[in-house]
Design a protein. Structure first.
Length: 179
């Protein structure tokens, strides 16, 4: 069994003249949302062994805010090919992950993450997960997290429609419960 976490970076600052897109930092809301997601990961005991993160400032800052919330120290690799990566590139990174990792997180960007999640998750039959699946396929907003389980021995065996959606949450869902 392998568990994949797909995490879109938190809300970034607006584009500014002269600032490269790769260098855009998180907005205040993004910093707050990333910390919330980190706490949720800890509380739900969703702890990745390995994290592959895009090299953009906003993905790195998202990860930096999540890591202190975790009860473990995963192996972290920053990968330039994950910057604005298409679903195929993300899937290649997943399939190439070290087989010792039981839980892998990708921190990246849309539309690649959303497309990858849609490609990997088979439509669920359970009512609770069907609602989360519908929410995920409708929109994968900033700092949203999909947790997908695969009944495979090695990451190389991850295939389209081969995953079961275990969990999907948006920062909005967490803000609504704390209001």
């Amino acid at each position: 069994m392998k568990r994949l976490f797909l995490l879109r970076h938190a809300k970034a600052s607006r584009e500014e003249p002269g600032l490269n897109d790769r260098d855009r930092p998180l907005a205040e809301r993004g910093r707050n949302d990333a910390a919330r997601i980190g706490r949720l990961l800890h509380e739900e005991i969703y702890i990745p062994d390995t994290i592959l993160c895009s090299t953009s400032v906003r993905t790195r800052e998202t990860l930096e805010l999540i890591l202190p919330e975790l009860s473990a120290r995963p192996i972290v690799q920053y990968r330039s090919e994950l910057y604005l990566a298409a679903a195929e590139t993300i899937l290649a990174a997943v399939r190439g992950a070290r087989h010792e990792a039981g839980a892998l997180m990708i921190v990246g960007h849309n539309p690649g993450l959303e497309d990858c999640a849609r490609e990997l998750v088979r439509e669920p039959t359970g009512r609770r997960i069907r609602k989360r699946y519908a929410t995920m396929t409708e929109k994968f907003p900033t700092c949203a997290l999909a947790v997908i389980d695969f009944d495979v021995e090695h990451w190389s065996g991850v295939a389209a429609n081969g995953g079961e959606l275990e969990f999907f949450v948006r920062p909005k869902d967490l803000r609504d419960t704390q209001a």
